[in-house]
Every structure is written in C-alpha cells, then in structure tokens.
Design a binder for this molecule. Structure first.
Ligand code: AR6
Length: 197
C-alpha cells in the first residue's frame, strides 16, 4: 500500500529506550488520545476492525464490531473479496455510532512491516474518505499473538509519522485499549512519541 513506506523512518530510527527526535515536537499532542473500553461505543468518523482475510467476522474485536453493527455489515463485507495481510478495506458503520469501519488484517505473529502497513493504510483510507477522527484497537495483539509492547511501538510510531506528514488530516486519532497491559504500555509510550514539548 502507498501509505506504508513514508513511515518506515520512524520504525528504523526509534529504539524503545531512546526517545526519538522529531522536527515537530509539541503541536500534535492534542491530536491523539487513549480510550479504554469497547470500540463499538465510539462515535467517530472511523473505527478500525482487526479482522481476518475473509472479512466475514470472527472473535475478539471483530466479533464485537459485527455484533454491534448488525447483519448489514456482514452483507457489505461479503462483497469485498476479502483482504490481504497489511491491507484494509472500508465499509459503512451500519448500526454503529461510527460512520465507517476500516477492516484491516494484521500479521499473525511479529511482522512489523505488515503491522505498520495496517496502521498506515487505515489512516490513509480514512483521511481520503473525509473522516476527521479514527479509533484503533491493538491490532494483532489478541488471537494473532503479536507481543503487546512491540505492537504498541509500531502503532504509535506509525501514527506519529503520519501526523508529522499530514498534521491536519485528523482532529483526533484514538488508541482504543481493552486490556490493562496495553493501558500501561501506551501510558509509557505516548509521552515519548508525542512529547509535551
Ligand atoms: N473493543 C476494543 N478492543 C477490543 C474489543 C472491543 N470490543 N474486544 C477485544 N479487543 P483480537 P487480532 C481487543 O484477538 O489479534 C478475530 O477472530 C483485544 O483485547 O480481537 O488482530 C479475527 O476475526 C486485543 O487487545 O485481534 C481474526 O481472526 C485487541 O482487541 C483474529 O481474531 C485485538 O485482539 C484477529 O486477531
């Protein structure tokens, strides 16, 4: 996908222990936030679904989204011919409060380039569709087994890279966290990637 490449800089450059140096330091903090809870409750421009290649539903956040959105979502997904790992496809939100759903397929296991591509592709598609806000679950960290902290680094670094290049693309990018382990990890990472200045 076209959006993935431009963010690679941050992934190579940034080591966990070492705070990165950004050209834009302080003015993006108000664009990101953390929400702890169920992503299906969020009234945003787009929520992201951690789907599988069939796009026909499953467990975890995928199951929750399909239950909340209703059978019309599954009917729309059935027209999309599935989705490759690292790519994303968009549908309406149907009965969700969110306007759209970006269905992305995370890697099974630790494949940073594919996970980065999920985040970057969703951001690009949501922006192109006119969404002003987008909420991400912790893609691949459940059933697909990506280690939580390594996945969070990819997530936060990719969002940081995208917002550096497109600072006005979104009013808000939300990391929707479901587990306390992720709350702990993101509360450590976000001040590093989005320093207060
Ligand atoms: N809102 C927000 N986050 C949630 C919710 C929710 N309602 N429910 C679970 N999570 P997973 P994956 C968190 O397993 O690893 C499915 O069967 C969860 O705690 O949903 O990408 C698909 O069909 C975890 O932090 O997604 C695929 O087959 C995160 O969402 C496969 O699982 C992701 O966990 C995808 O696996």
């Amino acid at each position: 996908p076209a959006y993935a490449k431009e963010n690679s800089y941050y992934l190579q450059k940034v080591a966990l222990a070492e705070p990165p140096k950004f050209s834009v330091a302080a003015d993006l903090n108000d664009r990101v936030s953390v929400f702890r809870g169920d992503i299906t409750t969020l009234e945003v421009g787009a929520i992201v679904n951690a789907a599988n290649a069939s796009l026909m539903g499953g467990g975890g956040v995928d199951g929750a989204i399909h239950r909340a959105a209703g059978r019309e979502l599954k009917a729309e997904c059935a027209t999309l011919n599935g989705c490759a790992t690292g790519d994303a496809k968009m549908t309406g939100g149907h009965r969700l409060p969110a306007e759209r759903v970006l269905h992305t397929v995370g890697p099974i296991g630790e494949h940073a380039d594919k996970l980065e591509s999920c985040y970057a592709t969703c951001l690009g598609l949501a922006r192109d569709a006119g969404a002003r806000s987008i909420a991400f679950p912790c893609i691949s960290t459940g059933v697909y087994g990506y280690p939580n902290k390594k996945a969070a680094v990819v997530a936060v670094a990719t969002v940081r890279g995208f917002l550096d290049r497109h600072p006005d693309a979104f009013d808000r990018v939300i990391f929707c966290l479901f587990l306390s382990v992720d709350v702990e990890i993101y509360s450590q990472l976000l001040p590093i990637y989005f320093p207060l200045g």
